[in-house]
Design a protein around this ligand. Structure first.
Ligand SMILES: Nc1ncnc2c1ncn2[C@@H]1O[C@H](COP(=O)(O)OP(=O)(O)OP(=O)(O)O)[C@@H](O)[C@H]1O
Length: 369
């Protein structure tokens, strides 16, 4: 399927209308825009491990396709998930990373026209409202502000800033998130390992560790996972796994064992193979739930829709390719699924979202005036 980008073309037309007397003109400030840096958007991808901020120009230059917008600056900071670090620390991190990105490209805060903040831990309109009010303290009222769950930036990174289709993220955690063209949204999974995200890296690795302990106790079949996980963790007995787990139960540390599970499955281990097959079913069922709730597949189930696939667990391997298996499972239900591996990072997706949303509103204003 060729993705339709009619919207982007429409936006591009609007952007071209911004030229007056051969100059790029800022109608809001009623002055010419001297260069790209004088009108910028910020896109932020705020995760549990790090926060990335991308600064892009508003000016469409001579190639107003969204993919050709240059990244003026990229800044990185630590965790900005308010559930993990608390509101004050999350807010400080966000302010700092935006200030760093602006200073790296010599832009001032006053040149910011729109900000899209896609941050993990935004699960409810009240989270969105709270973060919007922090941003409002930083930016004046003419700056457009958009706050989304971080999965939304990942979707936008595969659809050129357009919110349509479904994204499946499978890294340390997992979530499926989708939008219809008219703005309805739905999500599945993403509630964390306690609440059954078995398709995540953490879910896969936790099941593998459990299988090792069960095999040792005599509660489960013996498995190659035992020797391979012990070797990977530099431990000498399955009993030591208990201490290893309690020493630091952080999700990413556990999830890092997924490649060991994959290599055992590739070497023919049945226990590892079953764990990966279950993860494929879990990931596919998250996507299926979102697609069905939003009707992305149409009434006959055959409509084309983009499925953006993001995260280390969906990486290709020698033989066991979780991402490919998930797509093959989904395409049995929805033959119109169009898998996309984004070529840009989610923070760029967030910046594209900010740019798109800004241009849409701008276009509306130009049409009204
Ligand atoms: N080749 C591979 N095959 C399968 N899984 C892999 C591979 N390489 C890394 N992983 C797993 O991918 C996960 C990390 O992926 P990623 O870096 O996308 O996640 P993250 O950003 O830490 O987490 P999240 O997206 O939940 O914030 C880990 O579980 C890791 O074990």
């Amino acid at each position: 399927m060729k993705l339709e980008h009619k919207d982007e073309e429409g936006i591009a037309d609007a952007a071209m209308k911004r030229y007056r007397n051969g100059e790029i003109w800022d109608f809001e400030l009623e002055m010419p825009v001297a260069d790209g840096a004088s009108g910028v958007v910020l896109g932020l991808d705020g995760g549990t491990t790090s926060t990335v901020c991308i600064c892009m120009p508003i000016a469409p230059f001579s190639h107003p396709q969204i993919e050709s917008l240059p990244v003026l600056a990229r800044a990185v900071a630590g965790c900005s998930n308010h559930n993990s670090v608390g509101e004050t620390a999350a807010r400080e991190t966000l302010e700092q990373v935006m200030a760093d990105a602006l200073s790296k490209c010599g832009s001032k805060r006053s040149s910011v026209r729109a900000v899209c903040l896609a941050v993990s831990g935004v699960n409810h309109p009240s989270d969105q409202q709270r973060i919007l009010s922090w941003l409002r303290d930083i930016f004046p009222s003419h700056v457009r502000l958009y706050v989304q769950n971080d999965a939304v930036a990942a979707l936008a990174s595969g659809t050129m800033g357009k919110l349509h289709g479904c994204v499946l993220i499978a890294g340390t955690g997992t979530i499926a998130y989708g939008f219809t063209e008219d703005g309805k949204e739905a999500r599945a999974a993403g509630a964390g390992p306690v609440l059954g995200d078995w398709g995540s890296g953490y879910g896969i690795a936790a099941q593998a560790l459990t299988a090792v302990v069960k095999a040792y106790d005599g509660r489960g079949p013996s498995t190659m996972l035992t020797s391979n996980i012990l070797q990977a963790l530099h431990l000498s007995s399955p009993e030591e796994i208990i201490g290893w787990t309690y020493a630091d139960p952080s999700w990413a540390r556990i999830a890092a064992l997924v490649p060991v599970v994959v290599s055992c499955a590739e070497a023919g281990d049945e226990v590892a193979n079953k764990i990966l097959l279950l993860s494929v079913q879990e990931l596919a069922s998250s996507v299926k739930a979102v697609v069905e709730r939003l009707g992305l597949c149409g009434e006959d189930g055959k409509d084309t829709f983009p499925l953006v696939m993001v995260g280390g667990v969906l990486e290709a391997n020698r033989r066991w390719n979780i991402g490919k298996e998930v797509v093959s499972c989904i395409s049995k239900h929805f033959p119109g699924v169009h898998p996309i591996r984004p070529k840009v990072e989610p923070a760029v997706g967030a910046a594209w979202l900010a740019w798109n949303s800004f241009m849409k509103e701008y276009h509306r204003e130009i049409c009204r005036s």
